[in-house]
Design a binder for this molecule. Structure first.
Ligand SMILES: C[S@@+](CC[C@H](N)C(=O)[O-])C[C@H]1O[C@@H](n2cnc3c(N)ncnc32)[C@H](O)[C@@H]1O
Length: 371
């Protein structure tokens, strides 16, 4: 297995782009802090990941990065094997990819998080050219595969959301449980992307309210948005703790969920444009998959699941009907069959060993033959 230093060299082109410039850009601060070097805020505060580190690099033992959710159901859905090409669009720690590779498939592993790409590349190095990492947002899947001479694939896996590693790393700013910079960008190398702090410090009250309500179903969204706008005039938000404290004052803790859970989820979805890129990748599936090729999509909340369910349902309906039409019409979007109408849900034993799986659903669709 290669060393981390070797892996970093492989990606040196990507890194050089973000390292250009005299002032250390935010992307580099985030990137290096995610690799274990502490980052510093305007106030000179230091963040550390608070995560088990190997050799002080902020990289955890492989098993701890992220436990893959419903791996057996994904394998049953994707039917990987020798000679098959599968794209894992959310590589993370490489847990699902490893299973696909063990079945003999060639795997293209996409992730917009450079640290995930580096970690999984090292974990999967033993598979040699059978595994091809791609540092990219999955909304560019068709272009990135075309650059590598691939136009169609046998399977697509999408495991939405953030990894345990991203949540646990204080310096990535995803968690209200750990004090860190209010960042939340999955691609911390892209300094053009607004961070969560940029969002709360600049968006108008109506927009903040809409995001908290639409993406977090937060019933105190108006009050939280108003207090954010009042406070930031004299004291802009920098840290996860500052935002979590404000929310806790407005929406006191009731039940087991921290009151900041919904607002943090909403901000993460907005910062990473999660629903837009999901829509875009769903629409690329019919072209990307070979006849009989399969997609398996794991969702964790109702907004994601609704988008996938509605799209798969629409594209697996043979005819469209309307009371004003003389007869039903063929559906031009009819490209999928659904091997299972209902999603797979995690077993009780999986939820016991991996509580993060409790809200997961896996939906499978199969590309119909083209005529
Ligand atoms: C739930 S984790 C995947 C875990 C993985 N299946 C495993 O077994 O370790 C989701 C990963 O997808 C990545 N991701 C989420 N949205 C993405 C997008 N639009 N493009 C590329 N990567 C994305 C995140 O950075 C994260 O590493």
């Amino acid at each position: 297995m290669g060393t981390l230093a070797n892996t970093a060299n492989i990606y040196s082109n990507t890194m050089r782009v973000s390292l250009g410039g005299d002032v250390l850009p935010r992307s580099v601060v985030s990137f290096w802090s995610s690799m274990g070097a502490p980052a510093r805020t305007r106030n000179g505060k230091l963040w550390s990941s608070g995560f088990a580190c190997e050799g002080g690099r902020g990289i955890t033992p492989m098993g701890d990065y992220h436990a893959p959710v419903m791996p057996d159901e994904c394998l049953a859905g994707l039917m990987p094997g020798e000679g098959k090409i599968i794209v894992d669009l959310t590589l993370g720690g490489g847990g699902h990819s490893e299973k696909l590779l063990q079945e003999g498939a060639t795997v293209y592993g996409f992730d917009q998080d450079l640290e995930a790409i580096q970690f999984a590349s090292e974990r999967l190095a033993r598979f040699g050219s059978q595994f091809i990492p791609v540092h990219s947002n999955f909304c560019r899947v068709a272009e990135e595969l075309a650059l590598r001479g691939v136009t169609q694939v046998d399977g697509v896996l999408i495991d939405l959301g953030v990894s345990s590693r991203q949540l646990d790393a204080a310096e990535r700013g995803f968690s209200f449980m750990r004090e860190g910079p209010l960042d939340m960008r999955m691609d911390a190398t892209d300094s053009t992307l607004p961070t969560a702090a940029d969002w709360v410090n600049t968006k108008d009250m109506e927009e903040l309210m809409r995001v908290f309500f639409d993406y977090g179903e937060e019933k105190f969204s108006r009050r939280i948005a108003r207090e954010i706008v009042d406070r930031r005039v004299s004291n802009p938000f920098e840290t996860t703790a500052e935002l979590a404290d404000l929310i806790e004052r407005i929406a006191p803790r009731r039940g087991p969920k921290h009151p900041a859970t919904r607002v943090f989820q909403a901000l993460r979805i907005a910062v990473n444009r999660e629903l837009e890129v999901l829509e875009s990748v769903l629409h690329s599936l019919p072209t990307l998959l070979v006849d009989g090729g399969r997609a398996a999509i794991i969702t964790f909340h109702s907004l994601e699941d609704r988008a996938v369910k509605v799209y798969f349902h629409r594209c697996s309906t043979a005819t469209l009907d309307d009371p004003t039409w003389p007869e039903p019409k063929p559906n031009p979007e009819y490209v999928f069959s659904l091997p299972r109408r209902k999603p797979y849900l995690p077993s009780d034993s999986e939820v016991r060993t991996n509580p993060r799986a409790r809200s997961a659903k896996v939906r499978i669709a199969e590309r119909l033959p083209r005529f």
